[in-house]
Design a protein. Structure first.
Length: 565
């Protein structure tokens, strides 16, 4: 019997064969339908969110394509939370118009249409983050009627009364005199014209209250006797004289150098199962008394957020594998001053109980600071013995680390533990800075680990770490234990040969990118996070990729000096 006849006979005789053959045929048809629909599926795409920063109640436009002409069961999701029906104003194929709800959070935004999710775009809630906002408009300029005290120390809280300050601070500031390059004489407090380049704004965490008629603010680090000015709505008040009490100690800022810095970060070899969104957080140099201004002169490509938690935010979307490499380049110009301090030991006091909450972040352990480690606590007590003066305690710990541990010239592996110093009796600059910070906090002295770059005379740069300690009445004092211990680098002619110089003082060859550990939250809980330990900034997130990203490669350069002026 021929094969075809046998098959026909089996089909006629056995119903079960006919049943499974029918299932196979239907399965084949369904596979073809699935493959055809997958190949021709329409995926929503977000091109832009306007504006990218907003507050509850703002109207936001999501521009793109393939949204569909009616919403039906489609949705918009902010940071993992779907918007309710009342949030939508209109829905077209290329534009969704909506009102931000009261519980809107900053994070990634996606559009869902017919079971397909769009690429993710970034949105920031203005209430939760420090972002630039438009100046409020004043009919008259701010006016200072008086200050509750005529004299105060760095860190003291003062109350400024007057009018036209604005109902909220936004980007308004209180400016204090700072004596750069010794240009201001103590007996010449009324020459406001000479203060245009010698004023510093209070740090963001120094404002405790702001209303149209009253401001409560702390005297900032580096402040000097002279004028106080309120700047609001694009206008400045007339100056009011104020005396900064320097009886505990003071700092001098001199020998300014202006640096042109640049670094790059790139992403390549992306492998994605669908639509991959990759976000890079590129650190910005810190604004502080020794680095008073930071100018971002060039960013290529344009970031989606210019300053989010002291980072430039770049984001790319990839829809296919092995697309060309994307390079993010950022260039900064900033002045850096040499800082020297003088301290009156007899006037130094321990941290007040009332200030412990204000400095709690700098007194407790964190992701990189093991200040609760038993060996750390015991070593701190052993070093200071019966010394009660906190400045002397900090100096004793500095000298002990410099004299009893060997400094390595190059950083150890990223995953190395600073606590290895107890057994190895050596460490790199990161280990020294983290260990010093941990001991200081265990002793109740506020301390942060700074991260940035160290510049040699040959203009070569390296990632570097040092510390700041807080002393009542003076403010934050620099401490670089690694250089005190003899870290080798191409020294400058004005570098001090005294190993104690780097306790309380700092040269103008350090550039700071982060002050303490910067704990960031991801833009989406499902994102894959990349960290870069022992790098030029201390932050928990450098890169994050959407869950559809199978893999990619990235490279970050150490910031390089393109010019010194």
């Amino acid at each position: 019997m021929k094969l075809s006849g046998k098959v026909s006979y089996v089909f006629r005789k056995y119903p079960i064969v006919r049943f499974f053959a029918g299932l196979l045929f239907i399965g084949i048809i369904l596979c073809f339908v699935f493959l055809f629909s997958k190949k021709n599926k329409v995926v929503p795409i977000i091109d832009s969110i306007v504006p990218p920063v907003g507050i509850p109640g703002d109207v936001v436009l999501i521009n793109g394509k393939n949204f569909g002409n009616t919403r039906d069961i489609s949705f918009v999701e902010f940071s993992g939370n779907k918007l309710t029906s009342s949030s939508y104003i209109s829905w077209t194929d290329n534009c969704i118009k909506l009102v931000l709800p009261a519980n809107v959070q900053d994070g990634l935004v996606v559009v869902g249409v017919n079971g397909e999710l769009s690429n993710a775009a970034l949105f920031a809630n203005e209430i939760d983050i420090p972002v630039p906002v438009e100046n409020s408009v004043h009919l008259t300029k701010p006016f200072i009627a008086g200050i509750n005290v005529a004299k105060g120390k760095v860190g003291d809280l003062i109350t400024i009364n007057g009018t036209n300050f604005g109902e909220s601070r936004n980007n308004s500031e209180v400016l204090f005199t700072i004596d750069y390059d010794n240009k201001i004489e103590e007996n010449d407090l009324k020459s406001f014209s000479s203060l245009t380049e010698n004023m510093i704004a209070c740090e963001s965490d120094g404002y405790e209250f702001w209303s149209n008629n009253e401001i409560r603010v702390r005297i900032p680090d580096g402040a000097y006797s002279g004028a106080i000015v309120v700047q609001s709505g694009g206008e400045k008040s007339d100056p009011v004289n104020f005396v900064v009490d320097s009886s505990v100690g003071k700092k001098s800022f001199s020998n300014k150098k202006i640096y042109l810095l640049q670094y790059t970060a790139d992403v390549a070899d992306v492998v994605t199962s669908d639509v991959s969104t990759i976000t890079f957080r590129c650190p910005i140099p810190c604004k502080m008394a020794s680095q008073p201004t930071i100018e971002i002169t060039e960013t290529i490509p344009e970031p989606i957020l210019l300053n989010y938690q002291n980072n430039l935010i770049h984001q790319i979307t990839k829809t296919r594998n092995n697309t060309p490499k994307t390079v993010f380049k950022q260039t900064f110009v900033l002045p850096v001053y040499r800082v020297e301090s003088s301290v009156n030991l007899a006037k130094v006091t321990s941290l007040k109980k009332s200030d412990e909450d204000r400095f709690s972040l700098y007194l407790k352990p964190d992701a990189i600071t093991p200040s609760d480690n038993e060996e750390v606590i015991a070593l701190g007590k052993e070093i200071i013995k019966k010394e009660k003066n906190v400045y002397n305690q900090a100096k004793l710990v500095y000298k002990y680390l410099c004299e009893n541990f060997r400094i390595l010239s190059r950083p150890r592996k990223a995953e190395s533990n600073p606590l290895d110093m107890f057994d190895d009796k050596f460490g790199d600059a990161y280990d020294f800075a983290v260990m010093y910070c941990a001991i200081m906090r265990s002793l109740g002295i506020p301390c942060v680990t700074d991260s940035g770059i160290l510049i040699g005379t040959n203009m070569e740069t390296r990632a570097h770490w040092w510390n700041e300690i807080y002393i009542n009445g003076i403010g934050w004092l620099f401490v670089d234990v690694a250089l005190g211990a003899g870290l080798e680098y191409e020294k400058w002619l004005d570098d001090s040969e005294d190993s104690m110089f780097y306790f309380g003082n700092m040269d103008n060859h350090h550039i700071c990118f982060s002050r303490g550990w910067n704990q960031l939250k991801p833009f989406s809980k499902d994102n894959k996070i990349v960290q870069h330990p022992r790098s030029f900034a201390l932050q928990s997130i450098w890169e994050e990729a959407s869950e559809d990203t199978a893999k990619y490669s990235s490279y970050w350069s150490v910031p390089v000096v393109k010019g010194v002026y």
